[in-house]
Ligand binder design. Structure first.
Ligand SMILES: *Cc1c(COP(=O)(O)O)cnc(C)c1O
Length: 367
């Protein structure tokens, strides 16, 4: 069976440095807010082309802390609205709700699956304070029109970059394209830790300051609490792992692109739609998403041929029990994506033979 994502193999590629750095971290006796985190924050800010990076406990918290910081700064108030694509992973939406704000769901485009920028303006009200584009599947959202709208209406742009480490838009990296960005280092992400982790990137010094404090009990100085904060910090062990893996992110992303290039060039099946060929630096192929009305048949077929696939995601946020207040919305594009999406394996440890086998298996499918 070709696994969808073999995390053991993916991390094995970093041995023996990975074990060494973890051991060093254990032996250092310092586990929270130490040298490894400071080093990672500096490197990741530089990598993204940002002034500041703040480690957090996970990606959901990175987004939530940004929004809470804007509230503390007086830029957003409870009940203010944030426009977010309706087909995102639920974390983007939960972050908005947990910050006391109101998510306003926007349909995505049929082909890129990213937010449909032509629909954003009609969703803006006097309560709108921000747009949260999500670089879904690793493809950067169309940022220029988003920033233009944001400028005209004085809105913040907060990137959900949890799937797009290293992706570029006109030469600039995800994480540096709006006012602030949230990243996740969940093990399966393109830059993955050995557990949970996340980060905020921004050029805004005030936001960076307030966000860092909020993620640390609302405290800058020990036992002095300025804000009602939370405890969501990147820990030393995860930072040590990320310090080891970050220098290889670009070459890992290049391997994903090479696989995607083969899929797009060699999969020829009239029953299956491939993602649109994008300017390559725009896409880091966190997920290689194909679309077919015969999804479950295709998934069974591939399983029988020894290929594991996943669905991102089977149920859209507005149809989740947790978000039943959104169940009245008509979101046909979102529904179609959730009904038809199937993710093929696409990661740095797949061999050429694996990819050849996957392509042959996909090409031999008939509904
Ligand atoms: C993974 C992910 C998150 C959340 O990250 P966690 O670290 O799991 O909290 C948020 N948004 C998107 C689009 C994601 O894929």
């Amino acid at each position: 069976m070709i696994k969808y994502c073999d995390l053991k193999e993916i991390n094995n590629a970093f041995e023996p440095q990975l074990s060494q750095t973890v051991t060093e971290s254990v032996m250092s006796g310092w586990y929270i807010r130490g040298e490894q985190v400071a080093r990672f924050e500096k490197s990741f800010a530089e990598y993204c082309g940002c002034r500041y990076c703040i480690g957090t406990g996970n990606g959901l918290d990175a987004l939530r802390v940004i929004l809470c910081a804007y509230r503390e700064m007086g830029i957003m108030e409870p009940g203010d609205e944030v426009i977010v694509p309706a087909n995102t992973f639920i974390a983007s939406i939960l972050a908005i709700i947990e910050a006391g704000l109101k998510p306003v769901l926007c349909e995505p485009l049929n082909d890129t699956c990213n937010i449909d920028t032509t629909r954003i303006e009609s969703l803006i009200t006097e309560r709108t304070r921000a747009i949260m584009p999500v670089h879904l599947y690793g493809l950067v959202a169309d940022i220029d029109p988003i920033n233009n709208i944001a400028k005209r209406y004085s809105l913040k742009v907060i990137e959900d970059a949890a799937q797009a480490h290293g992706a570029k838009y006109k030469g600039r990296r995800a994480g540096s394209l709006g006012d602030a960005a949230g990243f996740s280092f969940y093990p399966g992400k393109n830059l993955g830790a050995l557990g949970d982790g996340g980060a905020i990137t921004t050029d805004d010094g005030t936001l960076a300051d307030v966000a860092r404090s909020i993620a640390n009990y609302g405290s800058k100085e020990r036992y002095i609490n300025e804000y009602k904060g939370i405890n969501s910090r990147l820990d030393e062990l995860q930072a040590a792992v990320l310090n080891t893996k970050l220098p290889h992110l670009d070459s890992d992303n290049e391997k994903r692109r090479a696989i995607a290039r083969r899929y797009i060039g060699e999969i020829k099946n009239p029953h299956i739609a491939l993602p649109p060929l994008s300017v390559e630096e725009n896409h880091v192929y966190h997920i290689f998403a194909v679309m077919t009305p015969w999804r479950s048949l295709l998934q069974d077929h591939l399983r029988n041929k020894g290929v594991e696939t996943l669905i991102h995601y089977p149920v859209p946020p507005h149809r989740q029990q947790a978000l039943r207040e959104y169940s009245h919305l008509q979101l046909p594009v979102t529904d179609r994506i959730h009904n038809e999406e199937l993710s093929l394996p696409c990661n740095p440890v797949l061999s050429d033979e694996d990819v050849t086998r996957i392509i042959a298996a996909v090409n031999s499918f008939t509904p």
